[in-house]
Design a protein around this ligand. Sequence first.
Ligand SMILES: Cc1cc2nc3c(=O)[nH]c(=O)nc-3n(C[C@H](O)[C@H](O)[C@H](O)COP(=O)(O)OP(=O)(O)OC[C@H]3O[C@@H](n4cnc5c(N)ncnc54)[C@H](O)[C@@H]3O)c2cc1C
Length: 222
Amino acid sequence: MNVLVIYAHPNPNSYNSSLKDAAVEALIKKGAKVTVSDLYAMNFNPVAQLSDVRVPQDLSTVPKDLQLEREKVEWADYIIFQFPMWWTSAPAIIKGWFDRVFAAGFAYGPGVYNHGNLKGKKTMLSITTGGKHLENYGVNRLKGEMDERLFNIHHEILYFTGMTVLEPFIVPSGVSEEKRKEFIELIKERMTHLERVPMIPFPALEDYENGNLTKKEEATVS
Ligand SMILES: Cc1cc2nc3c(=O)[nH]c(=O)nc-3n(C[C@H](O)[C@H](O)[C@H](O)COP(=O)(O)OP(=O)(O)OC[C@H]3O[C@@H](n4cnc5c(N)ncnc54)[C@H](O)[C@@H]3O)c2cc1C
């Protein structure tokens, strides 16, 4: 099993760093091959240039940093993203990684969603939030539903490329140190049993009516 971990935190001693290290440790322990893209440490440039986003991209002149990231993506069976929730989404460096690495012709195009070019790979977000609990998220709660907050990344980026999206691992960081250590054990457990993590059942394109893209009543999941 080849696992690519995309990790984003500017502080090498952050709680996210501990979660990332724990995940990597558990994956290696179970025999997985692991590659980490530590985006801040790599000084990854998240700002797309015109040549990065031209459609179709000239894949013969791809910059070295993108070529390396794309080789890692091709190699991976699983792609795990570890980052703190910033403004109810991912840090900008992750967004920039998507903008530049997941180019048209590489990650998607002509096929999208269940026909995307990364079909067959699995992916999962591992996120920390601020505060002591996740109770601010939910129906009629202050911050709305977490699924809605993450829909853009889950559905419109990861599933758009064809990947199977697994249930995210989300923990609040503002808890006691003891609780944070418990969460570190939980991420190890999650990685140990990665194959058993349920997928998020997004509908296939075929589950939508042609033309108006409204979901058919009898829609199944992909
Ligand atoms: C720009 C910005 C936007 C934000 N937007 C949101 C938002 O929209 N929604 C939201 O919920 N939150 C938001 N936050 C809060 C953010 O999600 C949290 O600050 C972040 O998740 C905490 O993770 P960290 O890795 O940065 O923690 P750190 O600050 O590194 O650590 C948190 C605590 O864990 C301790 N710790 C570190 N390592 C360990 C370890 N191994 N074991 C036990 N304890 C340890 C640290 O000492 C510290 O007390 C935002 C923050 C920023 C900066």
